[in-house]
Design a protein around this ligand. Structure first.
Ligand SMILES: [Zn+2]
Length: 239
């Protein structure tokens, strides 16, 4: 894509800073996604005075193989509540779709729309449904449902996508790195000490590479988009 076109778009449609928002809605496919992808940013937004609401799309019931779906959902809800409390999240709304994609995205959109109308957020944080090779139906459903609902809600409310291959914004989370890990560790059924050690190295490397781009130690990466960019917008990949 030609730089002149990208620069022109960046001038007429500047990308707002995530940290400038105070009514933050996070729409998350599973317990643990929010903490892993954006835990530092969520803790930072809280410390800046934002109200943060989580909408959990699924019940996480496919997350423990040797337990029933009901037992798993119950365990994972408790873990998510603990993790959210550590980050300071104000409210969690559970939509309780079955983990694994066995539901209609149209139903999810209708549910989301109701909550978006009530909460009227000034930014929505969710997963990037356009991550190349992303195959998990809950992640694709979640990101696409948010994009669809927000396109028709307001063209002015930005969407910040994490787990993205095309970041255009980095949030310094130096002061919140420890808290992010405390919150991740609340998801005990998913992340054992051993797995956490493996993750820690990978997460720290990524966050420090991101941090270098903005002159801090650790940063989380997002693709921030205006809803207008989700339709017939040929430059969306590059802005
Ligand atoms: Zn997930």
């Amino acid at each position: 894509m030609d730089e002149r076109i990208i620069n022109h778009i960046k001038n007429i449609l500047p990308i707002p800073k995530i940290e400038d928002h105070r009514n933050v809605l996070c729409v998350l496919p599973h317990p643990d996604d929010g903490e892993i992808g954006a835990g530092g940013t969520i803790a930072k937004l809280k410390s800046l005075g934002a109200t943060v609401t989580y909408i959990m799309v699924t019940d996480g019931s496919a997350g423990i193989r040797d337990k029933s779906r009901e037992e798993t959902a119950e365990i994972r809800k408790k873990e998510q509540e603990k993790a959210a409390e550590i980050l300071g999240v104000d409210k969690i709304i559970w939509l309780n779709y079955p983990d694994g994609g066995d539901y209609r995205i149209e139903d999810l959109k209708a549910d989301l729309k109701k909550h978006v109308d009530t909460i009227d957020p000034d930014i929505v944080i969710t997963v990037d449904p356009f991550l190349p090779y992303e195959a998990h139906p809950d992640h694709k459903n979640c990101g696409l449902a948010v994009a669809h609902v927000m396109m028709f809600h307001s063209m002015l409310v930005p969407i910040a996508l994490f787990f993205t291959a095309y970041p255009n914004q980095y949030v310094c989370v130096d002061k919140y790195w420890q808290k992010k890990f405390e919150a991740i560790m609340a998801h005990k059924s998913q992340i054992s000490e051993e797995i956490l050690d493996l993750y820690r190295g990978y997460f720290e490397l990524k966050a420090s590479v991101n941090g270098e781009k903005i002159g801090c130690k650790y940063a989380e990466a997002f693709k921030v988009m205006s809803p207008i960019m989700f339709h017939a917008f040929e430059e969306a990949l590059w802005v």
